[in-house]
Design a protein around this ligand. Structure first.
Ligand code: PLP
Length: 405
């Protein structure tokens, strides 16, 4: 299975600590399982790592990774902008206290009502098509508009590719200059470019290459449009290791290379601001999903630990959230954290479907009814990315812990 993130340890009883608190005490405080716990201390440490590695580059948080209200309010105070993907996320970002002028709204199918909400709040709309421009301009006012570019490249080796060919996202690069001229002519406030080429990349070289290509493309499009962009959103794509053999991203190397490229950037980008837009790298490792074992059973010699959680809360761990090959997320018995692995077992959820697997054939300390299972890497694309209504089991609880929570 994948690596347990380094920030987790056990107390003297072998109980998993999350943000310095015992997992069983957190469950008691929250009122039961299944429970997602997010450690704000780890998120803040990530933000500090980014600030040190990317001086002068703005940091935006992609709300889609985890929109839990308490976490979002805390993050909104510490980053330079929030990226939202729907009218619902826009409302959450505003409720979390984000300054509307720092919010940007990207997404291929924006409703008229969502566009109107963004215009009236004063958020930036990252335009995805010429048709969307028509609909925004029809609303009136002076909208803040950036153009989302469908770049002619992708991030090499990324888990999710969002550029380099026919895509429903953004406007093909060759049509962007005409669109920018149209925005300027209409008297809207042009905010610049949003260029998102992919997600979940662990190779520093691939990210460096993509950022270089992004900056060159922004300069080329600005020249062709005859207008310097106020902001160039370079996308993100910083990944985290989910499976064995994957290594953490060397963010310092990416930061150094970006600093070099920005120091020698083309004249037309001299006064532009630059931003990086991150989700999972900021919050993914900071979350743990805790579920309780309801039953331990043996079938044809194989041990199953059946929990009260499952894919309806943590779809990604079951391997059904875009993974091509199912690989085990890191899991542990929270009440025996760090104890030697003694037996091979499969951890399942409580749903009546063979898809509901939290870990297949993993070595764990011996565990049974009443023990807590911890599924790591649950801070991003967990609860909000899962089919919560499927089969009618109770919803999961969520809580924020750690300094400042
Ligand atoms: C436009 C955009 N921004 C940000 C993200 C966040 O990606 P990640 O959580 O991998 O950083 C995504 C992911 O799909 C995206 O599509």
């Amino acid at each position: 299975m994948g690596p347990v993130p380094p920030a987790y340890e056990a107390d003297e009883d072998g109980m998993l600590l999350i943000g310095g608190r015992r997992a069983d005490a957190l469950v008691a405080e929250a009122g039961g399982t299944p429970l997602f716990v997010y450690d704000l201390g780890q998120v803040r440490a990530r933000i500090a790592t980014f600030r040190a590695a990317f001086p002068g580059v703005a940091l935006h948080y992609a709300v889609k990774a985890n929109p839990y209200e308490k976490l979002l309010s805390a993050i909104a105070k510490d980053v330079d902008g929030l990226d939202v993907a729907s009218g619902g996320e826009l409302a959450l970002a505003l409720e979390a206290g984000a300054e509307a002028s720092t919010i940007s709204f990207a997404g291929p199918g924006k409703r008229d009502a969502d566009l109107a909400a963004a215009v009236s709040a004063g958020a930036t709309i990252n335009l995805e098509s010429e048709g969307e421009v028509d609909r925004v301009l029809a609303i009136g006012g002076r909208p803040k508009l950036a153009v989302r570019v469908n770049p002619p490249f992708e991030i090499r080796g990324a888990g999710m590719r969002m550029g380099g060919g026919a895509r429903p996202f953004g406007v093909d690069a060759e049509r962007v200059p005409a669109l920018v001229r149209r925005i300027l002519k209409a008297g809207a406030e042009w905010r610049g470019f949003h260029i998102f080429a992919g997600s979940q990349a662990l190779g520093a070289e691939a990210l460096i290459e993509a950022q270089r290509a992004t900056i060159a493309l922004a300069a080329e499009l600005a020249e062709a449009a005859g207008a310097p962009p106020p902001l160039v959103n370079l996308g993100g794509g910083f990944g985290i290791p989910y499976s064995s053999g994957e290594r953490p991203l060397d963010v310092e190397a990416v930061g150094l290379a970006l600093h070099d490229v920005l120091s020698n950037r083309p004249q037309i980008l001299q006064n532009s601001e630059f931003a990086v837009e991150l989700g999972r790298w900021l919050v993914g490792e900071a979350g743990v999903y805790l579920a309780r074992i309801l039953d331990r059973k043996i079938s044809h010699g194989k041990t199953f630990l059946i929990t009260d959680g499952g894919m309806h809360h943590q779809l990604a761990a079951s391997g059904n959230f875009g993974q091509v090959v199912r690989r085990n997320f890191p899991v542990a018995i929270a009440s025996r954290f760090g104890a030697p692995a003694k037996e091979e077992a499969s951890v399942t959820g409580c749903l009546c479907t063979p898809l509901d697997r939290l870990a297949d054939d993993v070595m764990l300390p011996s565990a049974g009814e009443g023990d807590l299972v911890a599924v790591f890497l649950a801070g991003a694309y967990g609860l909000s990315a899962s089919p919560q209504a499927f089969l009618g089991h109770p919803p999961a609880l969520e809580m924020l812990v750690g300094e400042g929570a």
